[in-house]
Ligand binder design. Sequence first.
Ligand SMILES: NC(=O)c1ccc[n+]([C@@H]2O[C@H](COP(=O)([O-])OP(=O)(O)OC[C@H]3O[C@@H](n4cnc5c(N)ncnc54)[C@H](OP(=O)(O)O)[C@@H]3O)[C@@H](O)[C@H]2O)c1
Length: 283
Amino acid sequence: MEYLIHKSIKIPLIGFGTYGLGLYDEITAEEENTVKAGIERFDMTLIDTAESYGNGASESFIGRIIKNYDRERFFIVDKILPENAFEDGFFTSCRKSIDRLGVDYIDLYLLHWREGLKLQSVVDGMENLVHSGMIKHWGVSNFDIDDMKELFDCENGDNCFCNQILYNISTRGAEYELIPWCKGHGVLVMAYSPLCHRCSDRLTVVENPLVKDIAALENKTSESLMLSFVIRDKDIVTVFKTSKKDRLFVNMQNVFSPITEEHYCALSQLFKSPQRRIKLKTI
Ligand SMILES: NC(=O)c1ccc[n+]([C@@H]2O[C@H](COP(=O)([O-])OP(=O)(O)OC[C@H]3O[C@@H](n4cnc5c(N)ncnc54)[C@H](OP(=O)(O)O)[C@@H]3O)[C@@H](O)[C@H]2O)c1
C-alpha cells in the first residue's frame, strides 16, 4: 500500500468500498475472504461504509471482520443519512454505527449527501461528535463547489476533513473546479466508484482497445489502470468494491506505479477533462 498524509494522518491511497457487501448469507463467506485478502495482502485498511448500506448490514459485516485485527490499523469511514443529521439524530445514528462496527470510534464520519440541510447545524452536530470522542474527523460527500464554499462560510466549517465524490477516468467533471478547490482548502478528495460502479460503464472503459493496449504496456490490468489514473498524483484517495478475491488481485496489479506522461495524454484524449464547469455527478 502507498499512503498520503492529510492533517498529520496517514491514509491509504486505496481503500475497500462496502456498498452491497454483507447482505446475502449465501455469499458472505466469499466476500469476507475478499476483504480479509485486501487487508492481509494489500494492507487495505481504509474501509468505507455507511449506515444506509443494507440498513447497517454492511457495517455489521465489516465489524465481524475487523474484530480479528488491531483496531488501530484501520481508518474507518462511515456516513450518516441526511434524514438523521439533526441534533439527537447525530448521536443516535453514530452510536448505532459504532455498535454495529464493534469499535470505540469512527475515524471519519461523512454526511452522505446534503439534501438541502442547513450547513451550520451539520457542522455543529459533527463537531459535537468529535468532542464526544465518537468520531475523530468529519467530512461531507457529494458536495459540489457551491456547497463547499457555503460550508466554509460556517463557523468551524473549515474543519471539514474530506469530500467524498464520484470521480473516475470517464467521469472527470470534478477536475475543473471542485478538486482544485478542495486541494487548495485542505479538504481531502476521496473518489468513489473508481471502476465506474456499473458493469456497462466499466466495460466501456476496460474493453476499449487503447485502454487494453496501454494497460498491457504499463503491466497493469485495465481495472488497475483505472485506479492508477485516479490516484496518479498521490493526493487523492479512492475506494473500490469487489466481492471476489480474484478481482481484487486484478484491480491491484501494479496499481501504484505511475502512468507515463505519454499514456496519460493518450487516455486524456479518449476520456477528456472538462474545459468548463459541470455539475457534480452523483450515484
Ligand atoms: N458517497 C457516496 O455517495 C458513494 C456512492 C457510491 C459508492 N460509494 C463508495 O464507493 C465504493 C466503490 O464504489 P462502487 O461500489 O459504486 O463502484 P466501483 O468500486 O467503481 O465498482 C464496483 C463494481 O465493479 C465490480 N468489479 C470490481 N472489480 C471488478 C473486476 N476486476 N472485474 C469485474 N467487475 C469488477 C464489482 O462487482 P463484484 O463485487 O461482483 O466484483 C462492483 O459491481 C462503494 O462500495 C462505496 O463504499 C460512495
